[in-house]
Design a protein around this ligand. Sequence first.
Ligand SMILES: O=P(O)(O)OC[C@H]1O[C@](O)(CO)[C@@H](O)[C@@H]1O
Length: 527
Amino acid sequence: MVTWNNLDTLTSYAKLKDLKDHVDIKEAMAGENGAKRVAEYSAPMASGLSFNYAAKQVDDEVLDVLAELADEHQLVDKFEELYNGAIINTGEQRLVLHHLARRQLGKDVIVDGVNKRDFYVEQQKKAADFANKVHAGEITNEAGETFTTVVQIGIGGSDLGPRALYIALENWAKTNGCAKMEAKFISNVDPDDAAAVLNSIDVSRSLFIVVSKSGTTLETLTNEAFVKDALVKAGLNPSKHMLTATSETSPLAKSDDYLAAFFMDDFIGGRYSSVSSVGGVILSLAFGPDVFARILDGMAEEDKLATNKDIKANPDLLDALIGVYERNVQGYPETAVLPYSQALSRFPAHLQQCDMESNGKSVNRFGEPVDYVTGPIIFGEPGTNGQHSFYQLLHQGTDIVPLQFVGFKDSQLATDVVIEGSTSQKKLCANVAAQIVAFACGKDDENNNKKFEGGRPSSIIIGDQLTPESLGSLLAHFENKIMFQGFIWNVNSFDQEGVQLGKVLAKRVLAHETDGALKAYSDLFEI
Ligand SMILES: O=P(O)(O)OC[C@H]1O[C@](O)(CO)[C@@H](O)[C@@H]1O
């Protein structure tokens, strides 16, 4: 049995606090010692990735105390409880089972007589069969033509993860002969979003997946109606073009308006649902079920590493612990995620939801206020574009922002040219290497304006190439990191009351049930 305690009750946390500013990264990363750290401070991840933390503000002494904290706080035992079906989501009294959708880990979890692993696998098979039939031309439009495009209608967790994964593999799939259908996404209730997507496709050859776990989200239901209207205006029968991915208890599940329905359940939170039916259907249609299965394999392999009690062999836990040291001991309020990979352009957006919706909490899992800071602000952009934007603040601003770089030795598409002695890929890699050292070591100058203090911590996840497997491992790494941080802060990372309030108020505005400031703002828009 594990015990759930606040971070500030731990002996190891008191010890950790004594290690504030213990490591001067500028000094640690200088000369041969820096080279030694790069070689030593590296934890293998799944799919050939590795987590290199040489430029983080840690040394063996800090790492030892972080290991003590992991033990004292029973972090790996808590993970075990989670995947074996304990009620970890205390706010909503729910199990947290997204790891089961990756088909591995733990005992069978039976709820109301249903084996949950079997349920998720069954839904994956259903999506695979459906996708295979669409690709084989066995499921067509009413004119007998094949479907060429699939459009996901969803928002938040029903959009960001699947979209980030699709973008990550879109061009890889084209180069590797596994691009089956083009995918598009409609999320915003701004009519320009749906209109722009509809204008860019042949609706008669398109499938639309209405993705909503609850089946009640205003934006998604509005966009569904928007698309149905376009189908009807084009003389098409919406029920021959629309699919749904939803929970079995949602209003969408009871409708006959869909060509097919795929299910998930309340035990997989929206932001952790990318490889449940929420992302599984569109990714299987876009790339084929085999590619989707490869993403799952990459996730499962990384999940296994997250069960290691040795923090140096558990990169997800180690990353989480270092992040807590930076947030709670060093007092850094943000973290930037900086992939040096254009294919990962939407990955930071997905992580923003995953991390901030999970750990942006002020009360512990029992509803009591906590006396320490919790989740950091997450933001990011792909490098090198970010370098020409907000890196100025990262290098010379008054706040220190810990950085999480991601980079690959090889490009995805293998189309490259040598210009002035190096390929574009080499230039990309040179930039990330240079940035890590520039942030850590800085640069002295007599002119203060040109002086870089350095001492700015970063880590890098590095791999050979972004493939379905490494993408899956990368996603699982961050999901697991966020989960471990939630355990450390003793918050419930699996509900999101903070985002529900806006939804309720918007409905009140539309129903004209407002007064005071809400009415005044509504009037500004003549609602
Ligand atoms: O899948 P649903 O039920 O439409 O919810 C969509 C999203 O709405 C939220 O509740 C808040 O935006 C997210 O957590 C969730 O991913």
